[in-house]
Design a binder for this molecule. Sequence first.
Ligand SMILES: Cc1ncc(COP(=O)(O)O)c(C=O)c1O
Length: 398
Amino acid sequence: MKQEDFPMLRQEYIYFDNGATTLKPQCVIDKIKDYYENYSANAHRGDYDFSYKVDQAYENAREIVRNFIHAKKREEIVFTSGTTQSLNMIAFGFFAPLLEPGDEVLITQSEHASNVLPWFILEQKKGIVVKYISLDEDHYVTLENVKKSITPKTKVISIAGVTNVIGDARPMKEITEFAHENNIFVVCDGAQMVPHVPVDVEYLDIDFLAFSGHKMCGPTGVGVLFGKSELLEAMEPQNYGGGMNESFDSASEVELKELPTRLEGGTPNIAGVIGLGEAILYLEKIGMKKIHEVEQELRTYAIEKMMHIPHLDILDLESDSGIISFNVDGIFSQDVAYYLNKYKVCVRAGNHCAKILKNEVGVTNSLRMSFYFYNTKEEIDTVIDLLRDKERIVREML
Ligand SMILES: Cc1ncc(COP(=O)(O)O)c(C=O)c1O
């Protein structure tokens, strides 16, 4: 499906590392090139035609994002450099001034570093307490376990919508319903969710959502922070400087701009934002439901074959995404990745930035294949054939 749109695929690599970053279709590359070649001015600053064109393209991308995640207002869409920056802004710009010592933030052991470390810093600097929602035997979050984890001090639940190693989808709607009944904020790390399934922030009633452009056919260095407007109003900017202020004087009087510009200090990644808008239009043409279906089909197809290979230990037999994490029994995951690389196969090996997940799954490192809609069953056949013979892996891996 759509392989011809991706110039990287002409090199005949098998690219199964879409959880890390996805390939870019030609239309996104062209859109970025067009900005740099034909109207490469700054945004929101100039009084000439090129600059107006940039403003239009930039704000048009904001509207595309708003529509894509079904946010109510354009002010609720803030462009950032990616999920990591969005999550840091949420923790330090909104929660740091709000939380009191002893307040509890609930996360899980399968979170990515970007949704763990900012909370650890608030723990060290503000005396908040980070707690973990227990996972069930398949490493899933259940509403039952969320209910068991909260106390009168719980103020925030911050979890990935879909995790990046196990690939499980969290019941976000049920969690937000329950959380809001108990005056708890819900932050969703959408890095592995927004690129793969339809997302409706209004329906899900998420307070904050973070995601990255590069994991959804867009450029690197651009991402989104969605927040309910009344919450973003209270968020302290993390970048003070040009573009985000209305006025300031020598008596240190500062007036900031309205949302969302107030939270986008400095020259933004204009080409990135415009490219992200184009990537979303491209995904929408295929359809997010369809994308999810294709990934599920690829995953089921791969799992059914992998299950019958005794030396493959699969971490996540059941999961809701195009992610499969596994190990070849007795062989270090990185060595298997090197072996596959000899055959032009790109997979990820390691801990996938989820360094405390080992407490749950009992293994520190794994191989991860993460599919996107342009992957094929033929590619899966090729990779599984390469994994079938353990002796061969041992022989050829170094
Ligand atoms: C679940 C999850 N959260 C956060 C991130 C961080 O994203 P970025 O590096 O684009 O900021 C990733 C990236 O792999 C991820 O998978």
